[in-house]
Each structure stands twice: as C-alpha cells, then as structure tokens.
Design a protein around this ligand. Structure first.
Ligand SMILES: [Zn+2]
Length: 329
C-alpha cells in the first residue's frame, strides 16, 4: 500500500502531488522542480518489491509522465537513469527526497554526447566486416544487401544498448523557472514561519489557489488558448501575484500596527482575484459557453487587476521572475 507521507514534503506533511512547486506548509522546494543542465541522475537497483512499488508510486506523484510498468522493470533490473539534462542542485533535491525511501543514486554527466565513432564502435562492427567481405565475393544484388547489413549492424547494436539508458522520466519540465521557485520558496518559508496564524493562513490560501490555477492552465488546452499563448500571460501574472503576496506578508512583519490593515486588505484582494479566476475557468466547463471575445475580455480584466496590485506592491527583484525567466516559459 502507499505510504502517503512519502508523496509529501520531507520536512513536514505538506503536499507535493501534481506538480506543486513548493510546500505551502514550510516552503521546501518540490523534487519536481528541475533546473536545466548537463547532469543525469542515476539511481541504484531496488531489489525489494515492496519498496520498488513505493518508489514508483512516489515518483509518479512528482512526475505524472512516468510509465509505472517500465519504471518498475528498470528498477528491478539494475541501475537506471531517472532524469537527464538537469542541473546538479535539482539532482540533489530528487536524491534527498528519494533517500527517505532508502533509494540511493548519484548525479552523472549526461551520456550520449560522446563522438559518433565511440557510439558506433561496438560488436556490430564485426558483423559489418563479415558482410562487407562476403559482398566483395558475391557481387550483384546480394552484395548490395550485404552492404546494407554492414551499414546497419553497428547502428542497430548501439540503439539496442542505448535503450536501457533512456531516462525513465523522458521530458521533465526543466527550465529557468526553477531558479524563481527556489528564490520565492526561500523567502516564503522565512516569512511564513514568523506570521501570525491568520496571516499565514491568508498567504497560504492564495499560494495554493495559484498552484491549482497554474495546473489548470497547463492541463486545459481550451483554457490555455483563451488565456493567451501556450501558458499564457495569466500564468506570469499569477507568479507575480505570489511574489506580491509574499512581499505584502513580509511588510506585515516589519510595518507598525496602523499600516498593517491596508496590507492585509491587499492580500485579501489577491485571494478574491484568484477566486474570480477559478470561477472564470469553471465557466468553460458549464453548459453555456460565452463568446470567445467576451471570455477574453473577462480574463484580461482579472489579469490586469492582478498586475495593478503587483505594480503597487513592487515586490523585491529577487522574489520576482526575471525577464529571462519569463521568456523561458
Ligand atoms: Zn513542508
């Protein structure tokens, strides 16, 4: 059976399922947040069937694209490449999380960037040599056929050997955005633990709503199209919204009592806007679909309201998405 705590944050009972970028209970970054790099993550064989099942189900909670049957077979057979093309910090985060399941592994340089000569230098070449010498003996159509075998043998061999080295998680969501999540979660955890219970609840509620909305933006093609480009301007506005909510909360901790009221109101407004956005998405599932231009105008109004708060709050640069990170979405 699943042991639920393993799908959760290693620090507390916060939830890491379905691509949540950081734990809203403590600010720990999820193992599913991956920065781009030239590191592959190799993990050791998992001989125990019980632990193997647990590892597969945990990995699937973090990376829904994992194929469970293939992953279980690979973990049983020996060392596996779990991820490839990530940075070392991300690899270490995954390893740290897997250590709670007693699974060990190590970051390695990405394979497969060695020369084609090395790649093709394999026992398939022996087949090539035999085929080629036979081709010179026979001539004609048979020679052509043998020449083709000579060409194909080393490639086929390399491909068959390479299959086992394909990462179990094929297309992780690696990107420059990982740095943003590391920075914002750091500030979130620092602020969150000092807030009063009510203020921390308000901040957490908003961040959770944003995570849910961002999951919908990523998963619903219709809504994504309506929300602008692939992931949409709304996605970016929501990230800025998190930065603003964290900054407002930070000010609640430092400002004199009389100035705190308006700061709390702003966080309340952000929560309202997140609810309005969720309501907008619900409309898409309803029986009456409004005209696309009406939907577009409604969503723009919401995004504009969030942007207005962001402009007023002006979160510190280190808790905001940089322009480079914005274009990498
Ligand atoms: Zn946590």
């Amino acid at each position: 059976m699943n042991t639920p705590q393993n799908k959760h944050c290693a620090t507390c009972a916060g939830d890491f399922r379905e691509g949540v970028p950081f734990c809203t209970e403590c600010g720990r970054v999820s193992p599913a947040v991956l920065g781009e790099g030239d590191i592959a993550l190799e993990i050791d064989e998992v001989p125990s069937e019980r632990i193997r099942q647990e590892v597969v189900s945990t990995l699937r909670a973090w990376f829904p694209q994992l194929e469970p049957i293939r992953a279980a077979a690979s973990l049983k057979a020996g060392k596996s490449i779990l991820l490839s093309g990530i940075d070392e910090k991300s690899a270490n985060r995954v390893l740290e999380a897997l250590a709670t399941l007693k699974v060990r592994g190590r970051p390695k340089p990405v394979e497969g960037k060695s020369s084609w000569l090395k790649w093709i230098w394999n026992p398939g070449l022996a087949v090539s040599a035999v085929s080629l010498s036979l081709a010179t003996v026979f001539g004609g159509l048979l020679a052509l056929l043998l020449a083709l075998i000579a060409l194909g043998a080393p490639v086929a061999w390399a491909l068959s050997k390479g299959r086992g080295r394909e990462p179990l998680i094929a297309s992780p969501r690696a990107g420059n955005q990982a740095d943003f999540w590391v920075r914002i979660s750091d500030e979130y955890s620092r602020v969150f633990e000092q807030l009063s219970p009510q203020d921390s609840e308000n901040l957490k509620a908003f961040v959770r709503k944003v995570f849910q909305l961002q999951r919908r933006i990523e998963s619903e093609s219709l809504a994504s199209i309506a929300a602008g480009s692939d992931r949409g301007d709304l996605y970016l506005s929501l990230n800025d919204g998190i930065s603003s909510a964290v900054e407002l909360s930070r000010r609640i901790l430092t400002q004199p009592e009389e100035k705190i009221g308006p700061l709390r109101e702003e966080i309340g407004k952000l929560n309202e806007l997140a609810d309005r956005t969720a309501g907008w998405y619900r409309q898409l599932e309803g029986p009456v679909i409004k005209d696309a231009s009406v939907l577009d105008a409604e969503l723009n109004a919401i995004a504009e309201s969030i942007d207005r708060i962001v402009r007023e709050v002006r979160p510190l640069p280190d808790v905001r998405l940089t322009s480079k990170e914005k274009t990498s979405l």
